[in-house]
Design a protein around this ligand. Structure first.
Ligand SMILES: C[S@@+](CC[C@H](N)C(=O)[O-])C[C@H]1O[C@@H](n2cnc3c(N)ncnc32)[C@H](O)[C@@H]1O
Length: 225
């Protein structure tokens, strides 16, 4: 049993992770071909449109744990896809609410309509829809409106969108809020503009790369900026 500790949810998550893992080999060989013969941006988008690209299970479980430890109630996720990581985040919100009362929400965002539709089906199956505000469209629009302080942010998005997403959410991060970003070791150079933002003292983050596969960035918004 995983850390979420809910047999029904664990079964759903195991099936979704398995489906995502099956697609990894196809994605790797596509990436190799891309280097030899770069496809158009539209062709890349079409290829990726049915791929889950779910956050690895151990990373998603860490997010669940961090959200429980910090009693997170307001979470933003940049990059929802079929909703795998969203389910972990929403389960943490559900469990925080059950333990301490009050309310909470995960704001997710996804610009591929068929992925958003599949994610909603998974949220229903997980019984977590009431904790999720899935915003369909480009995050540069959908994340413009954030009400209230944000406790936790997951950045699991095409790399070029990582900084724009963080820039929109950063003004709403409460002191002590955490931002987790995937694959920062593997794609260090591509994340250069993201790190420029994180490491700018004016933005008040302390950051470290955790030794998960590909590297997982854990940045904390410190109280004194
Ligand atoms: C790595 S996947 C997210 C995986 C997800 N966190 C999970 O664990 O299941 C990144 C997703 O971001 C979406 N995406 C990319 N650019 C976007 C943008 N500008 N606005 C909204 N969604 C975007 C892609 O369609 C893709 O589904």
């Amino acid at each position: 049993m995983g850390v979420v500790g809910d047999p029904g949810l664990e079964r759903l998550l195991t099936a979704l992770h398995a489906r995502s893992d099956e697609q990894v080999a196809t994605m790797r060989s596509y990436d190799i071909q891309r280097e030899a013969r770069p496809p158009t941006e539209d062709a890349v988008k079409a290829f990726r449109s049915d791929k889950l690209v779910a956050l690895d299970r151990d990373k998603a479980e860490l997010c669940y744990q961090l959200c429980r430890a910090s009693n997170a109630r307001r979470i933003v996720e940049a990059g929802t896809s079929y909703g795998v990581s969203t389910i972990y985040l929403a389960a943490a919100v559900r469990d925080n609410v059950a333990a301490g009362g009050g309310s909470g929400v995960v704001i997710g965002t996804e610009y591929e309509p068929q992925k958003a539709a599949a994610a909603r089906t998974h949220f229903e199956a997980a019984g977590l829809s009431r904790f999720i505000d899935l915003r369909e469209g480009d995050l540069r629009e959908t994340l413009k409106q954030i009400d209230g302080p944000v406790d936790f942010m997951l950045v699991d998005i095409w790399i070029a969108m990582a900084r724009p997403a963080l820039e929109l959410v950063a003004p709403h991060l409460r002191p002590g809020a955490m931002v987790v970003c995937d694959n920062t070791e593997q794609h260090r150079d591509a994340y250069a503009d993201y790190f420029a933002f994180i490491n700018d003292p004016a933005n008040g983050f302390r950051t470290m790369t955790l030794p998960f596969d590909g590297g997982l960035e854990l940045s904390v918004r410190c109280a004194s900026r």
